[in-house]
Write a protein that binds this ligand. Structure first.
Ligand code: TMP
Length: 208
């Protein structure tokens, strides 16, 4: 069972994932949480290149392949073994981020990005995707505030203009429309408690 969490910057994915881990662990489920890009040593190294605002602009195809390399390693080292052990895997971002950011955001051909996603995943696909939806300006303000507060250099995508983030948002919208059985939209403007109870309900339906 693979459950992924998607959304623009500042949509609250990591807070919600911790709550789902807690809820599932409390009910005796074997669950692990991981993150993209990251989750492996290679992934962390690629993350520092891809997210560091000092990296500056990259060729969109180079960016696509770096994210895909991080995913391939994460599948090999973490996700596939955990699934084979019968664990529930929660992943902070996955294939839909690549489609939304490199496809819709950067303007790479959607079908090409989708094909690379399928090739990298080789049959492992999310059973459920929670799309945390909130307005672009709200999410960006939250994310930039958090980066400043933590003195973080991970601002490469936050530096992109509102038009870029609006295209990404439209990407998530159209993925959700195309795959309504897998991708469930949750309004992330509500309180943390309301959002997490909706998510936990969706997760429980998916795993039961
Ligand atoms: P986050 O850890 O705050 O979600 O940051 C990850 C950033 O990387 C976010 O801006 C989205 C971006 N990203 C892509 O552009 N493509 C991808 O395939 C993934 C996984 C993330």
């Amino acid at each position: 069972m693979l459950i992924t969490f998607e959304g623009i910057e500042g949509s609250g994915k990591s807070t919600q994932i911790s709550r789902v881990v807690q809820a599932l662990s409390n009910s005796g489920r074997d669950v692990i949480a991981t993150v993209e890009p990251g989750g492996t040593e290679l992934g962390m190294n690629l993350r520092s290149i891809l997210l560091d605002s000092n990296t500056g602009s990259l060729d969109p195809l180079a960016e696509l392949f770096l994210f895909s390399a991080a995913r391939s390693e994460l599948l090999f080292e973490v996700i596939k073994p955990a699934i084979a052990d019968g664990k529930i895997v929660l992943c902070d971002r996955f294939v839909d981020s690549t489609l939304a950011y490199q496809g819709y955001g950067r303007g790479l051909e959607i079908e090409m990005v989708a094909e690379i996603n399928r090739t990298v995943c080789a049959g492992v696909w999310p059973n459920l995707t929670i799309w945390l939806d909130l307005p672009v300006d709200v999410g960006l303000n939250r994310a930039i505030g958090r980066l400043n507060q933590n003195n973080s250099i991970e601002g490469r995508f936050e530096k992109e203009d509102v038009l870029f983030h609006t295209r990404v948002q439209d990407g998530f919208k159209s993925i959700a429309k195309q795959e309504p059985d897998r991708v469930k939209r949750v309004d992330s403007c509500e309180s943390i408690e309301n959002v997490s109870s909706k998510i936990i309900q969706l997760v429980n339906e998916a795993i039961s």
